[in-house]
Design a protein around this ligand. Structure first.
Ligand SMILES: C[S@@+](CC[C@H](N)C(=O)[O-])C[C@H]1O[C@@H](n2cnc3c(N)ncnc32)[C@H](O)[C@@H]1O
Length: 209
């Protein structure tokens, strides 16, 4: 048995619905491994339960696995807005969101998160950055003024297959994007931060009140 298998046997089950979504993601979408999956999904749900946010934002929906995991932990009256630029995923996403117990809490926006979010005047309690790695700095700078003081930003893939410790080629814009984001957050006194070496790296950021 691998350590990963051992962990999954000793944490909460993901549940039938998310398990079926994971399988459907692998069957019908390309790059199915981008979905958060069992372990990160349970962590996201637990973080939501701890933070008790009323307004949650997700940049990069993909197949909706993280969206539905976070929706499970939301308190009464809370909602999650999720943004996906790849419109070919829209039918898949609407089917899985509509069929879920959380359909009334989930708002799917199809389009570029950077453009669409600028038009919204919400204040967010929790934001999950998980879209284009080249744009992480832009997402962060746009989001910070939109966050409630004391709110949280989670950023996924911040260790980027371990490549963040290497000197990135000039053409490797994704690694460079994640490195620039990590450097920016590390030196930003407006926030507290910690990186969890979970999966591909998950940074937890608290916006100081
Ligand atoms: C890693 S996947 C998201 C996985 C999902 N959050 C989860 O944990 O299950 C990244 C997604 O971001 C989307 N994306 C990339 N750039 C985007 C943008 N500018 N606006 C919205 N979505 C974007 C991609 O199409 C892709 O589906």
């Amino acid at each position: 048995m691998t350590l990963d298998e051992y962990i999954l046997q000793h944490i909460d089950a993901e549940g039938d619905y998310l398990h079926a979504l994971w399988r459907d993601t692998q069957l019908r979408l390309s790059y199915g491994q981008m979905a958060s999956g069992h372990l990160q999904g349970r962590l996201l749900k637990m973080l939501v339960q701890m933070i008790k946010p009323l307004k949650v934002l997700e940049l990069g929906t993909f197949s909706g696995y993280a969206t539905l995991s976070m929706a499970e932990g939301l308190p009464e009256g809370a909602e999650i807005h999720t943004f996906e630029v790849f419109d070919e995923n829209e039918d898949f996403l609407r089917e899985w969101f509509e069929g879920s117990a959380y359909k009334d809490k989930i708002h799917l926006h199809i389009g570029d998160a950077l453009q669409l979010l600028r038009q919204m005047e919400e204040q967010w309690d929790l934001a999950f950055i998980d879209a284009d790695k080249r744009e992480y700095v832009a997402y962060y700078e746009m989001l910070l003024p939109m966050m409630r003081p004391g709110g949280y930003i989670l950023a996924d893939n911040t260790l980027w297959y371990g490549r963040v410790v290497e000197k990135a080629r000039e053409s490797d814009l994704q690694t460079r994007g994640v490195q620039a984001f990590n450097d920016l957050v590390a030196s930003d006194n407006r926030v507290e931060k910690v990186i969890l070496p979970l999966r591909d790296g998950l940074t937890l950021i608290r916006v100081k009140a």
